[in-house]
Design a protein around this ligand. Structure first.
Ligand code: HEC
Length: 126
C-alpha cells in the first residue's frame, strides 16, 4: 500500500509538472498567435495605405475611387470577389491588377482588412 501511494503521489506530481510545462507552451503559443494576428492586420493596413489609400481614402471613405466601406458593391463585397477585384483589376478603369505588385497572401490580407472594416467602422469623412 505504502509503495502504491508513493507511486500515485509521484505519478501525480509528474503529471502536474508535465501539465505545468505544457501550460507554458500553450500560453506562449497563444501569445504568438495573438501577436501574429495583430501584426498581420497591421501589415495589411500598411499595404492598403501604400497602394490603395490614394484613390479609396485613408479611412476607406472613398476619394477619386469609390468607398470601400459600403453595401452597394459593384463587383461583389464578399471575400472571394474582393480578392478577385484586387488581383485582376477592373478593365477600362484606373483600378489596376495588383497581382504583380502585391503577393497573393497580402492581397488576401487586404481583403480581410476591408471586410473587418465593414464590421467595425462607419465610413469617416476626412
Ligand atoms: C489609381 C486609383 C486606384 C487605386 C490606387 C486603387 N483603386 Fe481600387 N478602384 C479604382 C477605381 C476607379 C475603381 C472602380 C470604380 C469605383 O469603384 O470607384 C476601383 C474599384 C475597386 C474595388 C471594387 C469596388 C466595388 O464597388 O465593387 C475594390 C474592392 C478596390 N478598388 C480595391 C482596391 C484596393 C484594395 C487597392 C489597393 C491594392 C486599390 N483598389 C487601389 C481606383 C483605384
Amino acid at each position: 500500500m505504502g509503495i502504491y501511494n508513493t507511486g500515485v503521489l509521484t505519478q501525480n506530481l509528474f503529471i502536474n509538472q508535465v501539465t505545468f510545462k505544457h501550460m507554458h507552451k500553450i500560453l506562449f503559443a497563444l501569445c504568438l498567435l495573438f501577436a501574429a494576428t495583430g501584426l498581420k492586420a497591421q501589415k495589411a493596413k500598411q499595404t492598403y495605405m501604400s497602394f490603395c489609400a490614394g484613390c479609396h481614402g485613408a479611412n476607406l471613405q472613398g476619394g477619386v475611387a469609390s468607398a470601400l466601406i459600403k453595401k452597394d458593391w459593384k463587383h461583389g463585397g464578399d471575400r472571394d470577389s474582393l480578392i478577385k477585384t484586387i488581383r485582376d483589376g477592373i478593365p477600362n478603369t484606373t483600378m489596376l491588377s495588383w497581382k504583380a505588385a502585391i503577393p497573393a497572401k497580402d492581397i488576401e490580407a487586404i481583403a480581410d482588412f476591408i471586410l473587418q472594416a465593414q464590421a467595425t467602422e462607419e465610413p469617416k469623412k476626412p
